[in-house]
Ligand binder design. Structure first.
Ligand SMILES: C[S@@+](CC[C@H](N)C(=O)[O-])C[C@H]1O[C@@H](n2cnc3c(N)ncnc32)[C@H](O)[C@@H]1O
Length: 358
């Protein structure tokens, strides 16, 4: 009997041969936590110290050096895993993509400048590298990077259960009767959360939108291999091509902290345009990225901004985002869920930025 590894990851598209064992070992030996703890101790023991001074301290320099080394090596490990099993993965992906009926690519799409500026998280080539044809490499890299830190499944409990957990902890409280017929997920990347939405609302038409062609192909191949009918469109979430009031639910996962304020404002208006009256918008992000509460959380966030190419992670305050939602014709709902005290893993403190179309 084979065990299903995940309901949102196609096993056929994961490397199965192992990669560069020397690099894997080196990576596993790097211990970042003591450096981070030292830095956080400094930040909490001198709460009035300006952030700039903390970031210039020896503690910060040592942590940044260690973190940068780790991050670069992690991508090398990911690429070695992919390269070792590339032909087999490509044959599954090419087959899965070949029908293509739910994959709507636009190679002419004008990519916003802010997304071309850098490779966020130092991912080689960034989200948007795409040689066309059957290219899925950006998607493969994204998934395998996340898998690197997961123990029991490709995503571990965080991403595998993220959408059901948002339903349990937020949707059921606020929108108990929500039963969407049409769902759109903006900035869907490799579509694992989009597929999870389809699992949750199996009778709904579910659509994912992203700028990155190779990310979308990987998502579509995954959906096909999991026998899930999810459609993927290469479009700009700021101005999608769908008609007005087509959707009951608009979502995004980890999109808001990666876009500038101007784009965030356009996306809120776009969500309002896409929703029918009474329709619901839910953006999910890390609480630490979107709304860090303590000097320690701010230090971690700013190091991500300065040394991990998270150039838009210093988002506008939640009150400004709330105003954007109101101005777009929605009633805002801001909620924090998850582990409020978690510092090291920003994804344990969740921020929900939601709205109801008036
Ligand atoms: C951090 S990834 C999140 C991907 C996915 N939602 C997840 O949960 O892993 C952010 C994604 O947003 C996409 N993105 C950024 N700006 C966008 C825009 N204006 N329109 C569509 N997608 C966008 C990027 O290409 C990238 O795939």
């Amino acid at each position: 009997m084979t065990t299903k590894i995940s309901s949102i990851v196609a096993e056929q598209l994961l490397p199965q041969k192992g990669g560069d064992s020397e690099k894997e070992h080196q990576l596993s030996e790097i211990k970042i936590a003591p450096y981070l703890n030292k830095l956080l101790e400094r930040a909490s023991s001198q709460p009035s110290e300006p952030l700039g001074k903390i970031l210039a301290s020896n503690e910060a320099r040592e942590y940044i050096a260690k973190f940068s080394f780790f991050q670069n090596l992690a991508w090398e490990v990911v690429d070695a895993r992919i390269n070792n099993d590339y032909q087999r993965i490509m044959s599954f992906a090419t087959n899965a993509i070949s029908d293509g009926s739910g994959l709507h690519m636009n190679p002419q799409l004008s990519i916003p400048k802010h997304q071309k500026m850098t490779n966020i998280h130092r991912m080689p080539g960034g989200y948007l590298s795409d040689s066309g044809h059957q290219d899925i490499l950006a998607g493969l890299r994204y998934l395998n990077y996340i898998s690197l830190f997961s123990k029991n499944s490709p995503f571990d409990s965080f991403s595998d259960n993220l959408v059901p957990r948002i339903k349990e902890k937020f949707i059921q409280n606020k929108f108990a009767k929500l039963n969407p017929k049409r769902v759109i997920d903006l900035g869907c990347g490799i579509g694992h959360n989009t597929i999870s939405l389809k699992n949750l609302y199996p009778h709904a038409r579910v659509i994912g939108v992203d700028l990155g062609g190779a990310m979308l192909r990987y998502g579509y191949a995954t959906a096909r291999l999991l026998n899930q009918e999810v459609e993927f469109y290469q479009q700009n979430a700021d101005y999608t091509e769908f008609p007005n009031q087509q959707f009951d639910l608009v979502t995004s996962f980890l999109l808001l902290h990666e876009i500038p304020k101007t784009s965030m404002k356009r996306i809120m208006s776009e969500c309002a345009r896409l929703l029918r009256p009474g329709g619901v918008m839910i953006h999910f992000d890390s609480g630490m990225f979107l709304d860090p509460q303590t000097p320690q959380a701010k230090v971690i966030r700013d190091i991500q901004a300065l040394y991990n190419n998270e150039i838009f992670i210093v988002s506008p305050p939640l009150s400004t985002i709330e105003k954007m939602i109101e101005d777009s014709g929605m009633e805002p709902i801001i909620a924090k869920i998850g582990d409020e005290n978690s510092l090291n893993n920003g994804l344990k403190r969740w921020q929900i930025v939601a709205g109801v179309k008036l």
